[in-house]
Ligand binder design. Sequence first.
Ligand SMILES: *Cc1c(COP(=O)(O)O)cnc(C)c1O
Length: 352
Amino acid sequence: MSYTITTTTVTKSKIEALDFNNIPLGKTFTDHMFVCDYDNGQWVSPRIEPLELIPTHPAAMALHYGQAIFEGMKATIHTDGRPMLFRPEKNAARLNLSADRMGMPHIPEALFVEALKQLVALEKNWIPPQEGSALYLRPFMYADEPFIGMRAATHYKFMIIASPSNPLYSKRIKLYAETKYIRAANGGTGEAKAAGNYAAAIRPTELAKAKGYDQVLWLDANNFNYIQEVGTMNIFFKINGEIITPNLDGSILHGITRLSVIELLRSKNYKVIERPIAIEDIIEAARNGSLEEAFGTGTAVGIAMIEEIGYKNTVIHVSKESPTGKMVLDTLDGVRSGKMEDKLKWMTHIKA
Ligand SMILES: *Cc1c(COP(=O)(O)O)cnc(C)c1O
């Protein structure tokens, strides 16, 4: 099925005001947005319009009961001038996984990808050209039916907004392994990219920052023993030459960067093991010298090298050299800028 998206463009672009080398993080938006309504069991009126405020009824169910999910992805520009998306079909699948958990409707993959392609083609000039910079895309869905009462909404909006961004972290980061608060429990919503998960993480993250850390390292909800992930990143360790990352156990977000890093490393004959990782294993590996690397993976950050992890009264120090993390980061950036061959066929090219 193909979708007809109607487009209304702005009369004057705001792009002249943008300094591509100094983009205020998360506050700059392109001229247009994609909007689509779920009404009577169907997605209707897909359209691209000038970005503007959206009228919201005070009883819109997302505001009260939290049916709100999102995606995060990047468009980059090839050295040959063509815009590209990184594995958009994976984001479509994950949005629908989130929708399932939150009792929300699926978005057809073809509509999701077509909307992205048309929006990015229109906003092509907003894609920062520098390697590591990108046009961050934020597809999201929320319940906008006005209703007081606990049930799934019958009316939703699916939208995409776009925000140019420079690289997020250039320095190594410090993580605080949380032993009071949790992010996700068995049977909870940890696998969903659901707004409420982030609301629950804000206070613990503020407390970790007040202690001098950059992000929380979440441990399992049963007894704060197994490592889950970081704020908006999955986590990898290299111990004795092997790459390990927590297995997807129902509580951990299915990171597309995580998946891509695993595929890349396996294609280069690294041994990658997905398994439960106890925080004590990492402490022991650091103690006996076998902890070689630790890095986080996520769309927003790319690859973030980890400097240390604070856990109770212990500080785990990670070696400064992170050759595997650096190779992975260089490959992701290289493929996304077209400077490296896209061997694993990650990129979707857009005709603009
Ligand atoms: C989005 C996110 C990630 C990373 O997923 P990517 O698809 O790699 O961007 C990891 N953990 C959490 C909690 C996230 O929200």
